[in-house]
Design a protein around this ligand. Structure first.
Ligand code: SAM
Ligand code: ZN
Length: 283
């Protein structure tokens, strides 16, 4: 069974109907023809098209489908396996799932799991629906991490890959003992890409995330995930750029430098944090 939903308007349970879902207060949500539910009420949108644009989504899909990011996907799946090995039908939520590469890999690796992927970007979620999986309990939602349309105490594992974190919402969703898996950049992530663009390149600060962990959340493990990426052509290099914040800051001359490259050897340096939630009453 897919994970039950919560109405984004009145917070009552949402019941599935043929063409979508509705709550007892008659708030109803149609299923899009691609298969997702849009549970982001328009009055809660900060802009007409929040989140990643269609161009960024397409670049991300082209890049991730090369499987150059196989190492972090594999590390994430191993950590989830370890976390839910004693559960019959674990509930896994990918918050800010983008175009669904990691979510679908998780759903395929854990066929008995109920997996939900959500993102605030509609083009990203449309792309998610194009991904094939045999896991019948994978559902896709347009929703915000600041107001997740899933019930309290419902989730075993919350995944956040290079995405926003809302610790209050994560605390509300997680069962006691549930875990957050955060994948983010290590100090030297994409160093050679950054060296091509900028003259002065600094390492990213390490473990910043851990400075902001609220009460109830505790680090269980930290894994370094490294690899050497052989980015094979100009299109893939530009797609990789479009997945980073540098895409927004880069000057035309710096972009030209990158566009002149025919290939790039670049290090992947990520950190996978497994963080366990234990609410005060159960500690
Ligand atoms: C850097 S991308 C990562 C996507 C995906 N996890 C991956 O690694 O391929 C960040 C994603 O967060 C989404 N996003 C931004 N603000 C959000 C919010 N408030 N709630 C949910 N998703 C959000 C963007 O649309 C984008 O898809
Ligand atoms: Zn409602």
């Amino acid at each position: 069974m897919p994970t039950p939903l919560r109405c984004p308007v009145c917070r009552q349970p949402l019941l599935r109907r043929d063409h979508g879902a509705a709550c007892a207060n008659r708030h109803s949500f149609d299923r899009a023809r691609q298969g997702y539910l849009n549970l982001l009420p328009s009055h809660k949108k900060r802009s007409a098209s929040p989140g990643d644009s269609i161009e960024m989504v397409q670049a991300r899909t082209r890049f991730l489908d090369t499987d150059l990011y196989n190492a972090p996907a594999t590390a994430l799946i191993e950590a989830i396996h370890a976390s839910v090995s004693d559960k019959n039908q674990p509930v896994i939520v990918d918050a800010g799932c983008g175009e669904g590469y990691y979510t679908t890999r998780i759903a395929d690796a854990l066929p008995k799991a109920s997996v939900t992927g959500f993102d605030i970007s509609k083009p990203a979620v449309v792309q998610c629906c194009r991904r094939k999986t045999d896991n019948a309990d994978l559902q896709w939602l347009v929703a915000s991490v600041a107001d997740i349309p899933l019930p309290d105490d419902s989730t075993d594992v919350l995944v956040s890959v290079f995405s926003r974190i809302d610790w209050n919402e994560f605390a509300r969703l997680l069962k006691p003992g549930g875990q957050v898996m955060v994948l983010g950049p290590g100090p030297d992530h994409l160093l050679e890409l950054r060296q091509t663009i900028y003259e002065d390149v600094r390492s990213y600060p390490e473990d910043k995330l851990l400075e902001t962990l609220p009460d109830g959340f505790e680090l269980t493990s930290k894994t370094t995930v490294t690899d050497t990426l052989n980015v094979p052509d100009c299109q893939t290099i530009m797609d990789l750029l479009a997945m980073t914040p540098h895409f927004w800051h880069i000057k035309p001359a710096q972009r030209d430098k990158l566009e002149a490259l025919q290939q790039l050897h670049c290090r992947l340096d990520m950190r996978l944090y497994v963080i366990t939630y234990q609410p005060a009453a159960s500690r």
